[in-house]
Design a protein around this ligand. Structure first.
Ligand SMILES: Cc1ncc(CN)c(N)n1
Length: 215
């Protein structure tokens, strides 16, 4: 157990982490001024991220070393597969993104990279590797969502994406992920550090890709 392990990893990547949580995408989302085309592009890619993310949660459930952790991860996976997935479907409808428009765009490079990283972390069968990626994916989202100015934007597409990442259940889950990484990460330090580093770079690239020229 090293109570500073996850904080140290975050500090090592503070520059990229901060650029991500202060990204143009986050600012425009939180003000409600993001163009529908940008929001739709993000959500189409992110729905594919969620598919691989559920795989990673499954791997974390399978590799966790306690029943208590498995229950916690399982409850969270339940939320992602129900409320969060429902949000995507409602948002696609509100933005006029039909099945064909969801299927047409290829994976952006950061989407493909993230899917590969999550598959790789799952294939290690290491709880520490899964936790390293989960700590970035959920910790970074909690961080930007908690900074969102109030009142939240009026439209549910914007407001709900923020509240899905800033609510007591989610905050509690991120605290659990941090404790778990502090507990099991130090024994597999190099592995955890590598997955953590690559995940932070991909989070930043994922937001950048919203504004990249199509082509
Ligand atoms: C790319 C990415 N990273 C993290 C999250 C938060 N689950 C997300 N929805 N998308």
């Amino acid at each position: 157990m090293d109570p500073a392990f996850n904080e140290r990893l975050r500090a090592e990547h503070a520059a990229a982490w901060t650029r991500a949580v202060e990204h143009r995408f986050v600012r425009e989302l939180c003000s409600g001024r993001i163009a529908d085309a940008h929001m739709a592009r993000y959500l189409v890619q992110d729905h594919r991220f969620i598919d691989a993310f559920v795989t990673l949660l499954g791997a974390a459930i399978a590799s966790a070393d306690s029943f208590a952790a498995r229950l916690r991860l399982g409850r969270f996976a339940g939320m992602v597969c129900s409320e969060e997935n429902d949000y995507f479907l409602r948002a696609f409808e509100a933005l006029g993104v039909d099945e064909a428009a969801r299927a047409a765009p290829p994976d952006a490079a950061p989407t493909a990279g993230f899917k590969a990283l999550m598959r790789e972390a799952a294939a290690t069968r290491s709880y520490a590797a899964a936790l390293a990626v989960l700590n970035v994916a959920e910790g970074l989202y909690l961080d930007w969502a908690q900074r969102a100015p109030r009142p939240l934007p009026a439209g549910f597409v914007h407001a709900e994406w923020i509240t899905l990442h800033d609510n007591p259940f989610f905050e509690d889950f991120v605290a659990f992920l941090r404790r778990e990484l502090d507990r099991v990460g130090p024994a597999e330090e190099a592995l955890a550090r590598d997955f953590f580093a690559r995940a932070v770079a991909l989070e930043l690239a994922f937001f950048d890709a919203v504004y990249a020229e199509a082509g």
